[in-house]
Design a protein around this ligand. Structure first.
Ligand code: ADP
Ligand code: MG
Length: 254
């Protein structure tokens, strides 16, 4: 390819925002010459590079938008330390079918059993699968919504939380909500019901959720919606942290 043509081609790729194709053009031209590739194969290889780069960039963008407190993928989860966990169900959930079906996932159990870890790992898989995801704590979400209401931005924020392909609400119940905080969260969950899934983690059983939301009628209505067709996973095993601490103590007795 002569220099003039090449310059125009580079400019065109830039205009079309095909940055990976622009970046890789030289090496693919060289490769095509070397291996005597046809136009078809050359073009296929070059577009593959663009597609792969966009996929990777999209994944990174979704990961940062999700605001996970820590990046904890499934690779770092030890299923042996959670013996009662239905690993097949978790594997199925990692495939993200529940997202398309708008089925919720609820992790209940004591502190340290890996609820946040599992919710984060599922969130990371969702990001990998092209799902716009957001991770919040129950308390953080309540505060954000109350603030938004005070600033007359509630409509905008509610629409944003309704739009995420997956919403993860962590630590529901660690801090009870104010009455309005509970109502605002109820609204978000009601908007998503049967349209978009939520993953919820809580250290409190459903029977105690009235304490979180303050209002018995509203809690009953909320539980009715949130648990409808949901995967409820009881994390009944020992705390991972506690087990680790005990193991370390055994190894190095003082
Ligand atoms: P919870 O949210 O239930 O309180 P976390 O998910 O925060 O528990 O887990 C506590 C710590 O232990 C975290 O650092 C988490 O990564 C780790 N952890 C818990 N369970 C496991 C596990 N089965 N394999 C690996 N790490 C785990
Ligand atoms: Mg947690």
């Amino acid at each position: 390819m002569n220099a003039g043509m090449k310059a125009v081609l580079m400019e065109n790729l830039k205009t079309l925002k095909l940055s990976a194709m622009k970046r890789d053009l030289d090496s693919h031209l060289r490769q095509a010459n070397q291996d005597k590739l046809g136009y078809d194969e050359f073009l296929l290889n070059l577009t593959e590079a663009e597609v792969a780069t966009r996929k990777e960039n999209g994944y990174k963008r979704r990961l940062s938008e999700a605001k996970f407190p820590l990046i904890k993928p499934f690779e770092t989860f030890d299923f042996g330390a959670a013996p009662e966990l239905d690993a097949r169900l978790i594997q199925e959930l990692a495939g993200c079918e529940y997202v398309q079906k708008a089925r919720n996932v609820i992790f209940l159990g004591k502190s340290g059993t890996g609820k946040t870890h599992l919710a984060t790992s599922l969130g990371i898989e969702a990001c990998r699968n092209g799902v716009r995801t957001r991770f919040v704590t129950g308390c953080g979400l309540a505060n954000e919504l109350i603030e938004a209401r005070d600033e007359k931005a509630l409509g905008r924020i509610t629409r944003r939380y309704a739009a995420y392909g997956l919403l993860i609400i962590d630590e529901l119940g660690y801090v009870p909500f104010s009455r309005e905080g509970g109502q605002l969260i109820f609204q978000i969950l009601a908007e998503r019901h049967e349209r978009k899934p939520v993953i919820i983690t809580s250290n409190m059983g459903f029977g105690d959720w009235t304490e979180i939301f303050g209002d018995a009628n509203m809690t009953a209505a909320l539980l009715d919606r949130v648990t409808h067709k949901a995967h409820v996973i009881n994390c009944s095993w020992e705390s991972y942290r506690l087990k680790e601490t005990l193991k370390n103590k055994k190894r190095s007795p003082k």
